[in-house]
Design a protein around this ligand. Sequence first.
Ligand code: KIV
Length: 250
Amino acid sequence: MKMTAETIRAMKKRGKKIASLTAYDYPTTRLLDEAGVPLLLVGDSLGMVVLGYEDTTFVTLEEMEHHTRAAARAKPRALLAADLPYRTYESADAAVQSARRLVAAGAEAVKAEGGRAILKQVHAIIAAGIPFIGHLGMLPQSVRDEGGYHIKGKTDLERTSLLADAIALTGAGAFAIVLELVTPPVAAEITNRISIPTIGIGSGPDCDGQILVTNDLVGSFPWFTPKFVKPKLESARLIQAAVQDWVKSV
Ligand code: KIV
């Protein structure tokens, strides 16, 4: 069965955990789809793990379109979402134009960072008929403003602000919300308070689903692994060993 925003949303009601991973190209999308992952994200994390940028603020809409087209050629059964990159959704009109470009490239939903601060943009994207995923907590596109990647939800002010953002995004019609680096008790509280699924990354076990950067899960970007990830595979080491073996055989 083809996954849609509706079927992903319904997984929460059925108590079915949502496993989600990033995919930036055709073979990875096919492999993860054939492995049964229901939600795939062409994340702007590709800026670091594919393009070698320092952070996601360098990623352009053209780069996101290019990778979304490649992933979409796999025609996954999974829902294929794509990130709106940095500064491509500063107004409602810009958000709709950028989201339409990702949809034309093959995305079936878009994700953007922020809550009440981007509510006009979220309303406009959803009014244009494009399914929307929210992203709250640590917002990687704000890394330069915030001077690093900081855990969110530690103070009561942050807790109430995250809750208000999650409630606002739900009211605007988002079908899921990524919670990144939110303290586990606050992530659990948000998960219990809203009707749409929360998909955690570094936010504890109590979200409705979990998302990881695939390269972190399979160890193909060994130069940096977030503390909360336990890689299931050391693919970088395996690749290097295979290549060294082949080099010797030449
Ligand atoms: O860009 C990305 O890959 C993401 C996920 C890790 C949530 O936003």
